[in-house]
Design a binder for this molecule. Structure first.
Ligand code: CU
Length: 546
């Protein structure tokens, strides 16, 4: 089964505008240089940094991942400076300004922050022996400064690639301006993740193996695990990252790495690598070699054989609906003045699907399963929460009372406000339970312009209306009651799925490591709470969000 995960929006804060890359590159300087280097925070800090860049990149392309640069594949070449990596198919020229290749526009975009390179022949890139020395260790204190022995000093080994690239990469305060920085650090992270998998196998808790010793005068105070990682102006949730957070096992859920290409797999079928039969390891081809094989390295982007693969996207802080409290908030002018042409441009004829959660509180006077009533009584000696069970007066209808299955059937409808569309769907709630949860899917027309306005509603078979909730500013971390009118926007990443089944799967997280699938409640764009009181459901007595 493919795991489809809705990728919600982490908004770009003002502090990163207008140039997110330059703003992020500037986080690798000044006080942050002290936080990120010369101590135990080194691999965790850079892990957070990679994740932040990747999250913002995914606003442009939800599938994007930062590819890692396994620099020992170049290090084992006779002349590493001739590697095809420094052709326009990959990172562009190895000397001077990036005047050709993928970053050729950068000197114009911002001449003050553009990078230069000056490849240094004979410099030590990562080596297999060095990586193996790291991977033989089981504790972070044995690979991190200041406690690591010389042969497995991770930070020291990683420095080789900075010196090899030269120019901007060889200046700690500016290195991140060169995008190869992030691919280099993605490989540092790949090695660290292999190290951490070894730790797990040995039963060592990876999230807490942070080699901090307040009595060791060699460890800088900036590496205190509980102090900030220094991403204060990157926006939520990144601004709250602490040094220890880089060691969190959450990233195991967020990112996984492919293996470095090996001869056994034909070097991953890459035309840019060859198997060195003397060492039985893949090495990079030179630009000249690749050209001689008839491959265009001047205008054709190269295919990267191995990389960092995301498992899930960030889903901590997002806004789902542009709220419109009531119908008159929808722009009536644009509705009535819309030409058929405008309407055609507003949505397509295809449908999209949005998952919704339905929470039902069984009516007080429901005639079956009385002994499990949630109202005004104790169940197994436990008193129910009064705010959930003793709110308002139950709205009841004779018709509902007489039909045992009626209240358990919830109808959800969605109709277009600025276009012609209608859909409906039924969800079954479990009336054996005093309070129950069900999952449904609503269909809306796929918007093609900025957004289309949709009204959603849910009610039971007797017509008792459920209260809709969604997330909107200023507080996008909680669900708030709203009228049901919202904008389905085309903004990427998408709040809807292209099929019914994808919409259902989108709220499930299916770990690839064999753990049990689970529903992520934060991923529901819409929630309906059906509690059937006789209050005006949007009125001042509205109960708190479920
Ligand atoms: Cu760094």
């Amino acid at each position: 089964m493919t795991c489809f995960v809705v990728n919600y929006i982490v908004r770009i804060p003002q502090s990163l505008r207008p140039n997110v890359y330059d703003a992020l590159a500037a986080f690798h300087q000044g006080a942050n240089v002290q936080r990120a280097h010369f101590g135990p925070a080194f691999p965790g800090w850079h892990r957070l940094y990679l994740w932040i860049l990747e999250t913002f990149l995914r606003q442009q392309d939800p599938q994007v991942t930062i590819p890692y640069w396994a620099s020992h594949l170049d290090g084992e070449m006779t002349t590493p400076t001739s590697s095809v990596l420094f052709s326009d198919a990959f990172f562009g020229p190895g000397f001077g300004l990036p005047i050709t290749g993928p970053f050729r526009t950068w000197p114009q975009i911002n001449p003050n922050t553009v990078f230069t390179r000056n490849l240094a022949a004979g410099t030590q890139l990562f080596t297999v022996a060095g990586i193996n020395a790291i991977l033989r260790r089981r504790r972070n204190r044995d690979i991190l400064v200041p406690t690591a022995p010389a042969d497995s000093n991770f930070e020291l080994q990683h420095g080789g690639a900075h010196v090899f690239i030269g120019g901007t990469m060889n200046n700690l305060n500016a290195a991140a301006r060169d995008p190869i920085f992030f691919s280099h650090h993605a490989f540092v992270d790949q090695i660290w993740e292999r190290f951490r998998l070894n730790q797990r196998a040995a039963g060592i808790p990876t999230a807490t193996d942070y080699p901090w010793d307040p009595n060791d005068p060699r460890i800088r105070a900036s590496h205190n695990p509980n102090l900030t990682a220094g991403f204060s102006t990157v926006g939520s949730p990144f601004n709250s990252f602490r040094q220890i957070d880089g060691f969190s096992d959450d990233f195991f859920q967020l990112v996984q790495y492919e293996q470095v290409p090996s001869c056994a797999t034909g070097c991953a079928g890459s035309r840019y690598l060859r198997c060195n039969t003397a060492t039985n390891r893949c090495v990079s081809r030179s630009t000249a070699e690749v050209r001689a094989a008839g491959i265009n390295v001047d205008t054709q982007p190269g295919l990267i054989p191995a990389g960092r693969k995301k498992r899930q996207a960030v889903q901590r802080n997002y806004e789902v609906c542009d709220r419109n409290w009531f119908l008159h908030d929808v722009n009536v002018n644009s509705m009535s003045l819309a030409s058929p042409e405008d309407l055609r441009n507003t949505y397509t004829n295809s449908w999209s699907y949005i998952p919704v959660k339905i929470i039902t509180k069984r009516p007080t006077d429901y005639i079956d399963f009385q002994k499990f009533s949630a109202y005004g009584s104790h169940v197994n000696g436990v008193n129910k929460q009064p705010e959930l069970t003793q709110f308002g007066t139950q709205k009841s209808y004779e018709y509902c009372r007489d039909h045992m299955d009626a209240p358990g059937k919830i109808r959800i409808v969605a109709y277009g406000l600025n276009h012609d569309a209608y859909s409906e769907e039924y969800v079954i709630s479990d009336n054996r339970l005093a309070v129950s949860e069900s999952i449904g899917v609503i269909a809306v027309k796929t918007p093609t312009l900025a957004s289309s306005d949709v009204m959603v509603a849910a009610f039971d078979i007797c017509g008792r209306v459920c209260r809709p909730y969604c997330k909107f500013e200023p507080d996008t971390t909680h669900n708030h009651v709203f009228a049901g009118a919202f904008k389905v926007s085309t903004e990427s990443p998408s709040m809807y799925s292209s099929s019914y089944s994808d919409a259902l799967l989108s709220i499930w997280e299916t770990p690839t490591d064999g753990a049990c699938p689970s529903v992520n409640n934060n991923l529901f764009p819409l929630i309906f709470f059906c509690e059937y009181t006789d209050h005006w459901i949007w009125g001042p007595n509205t109960s708190p969000a479920p």
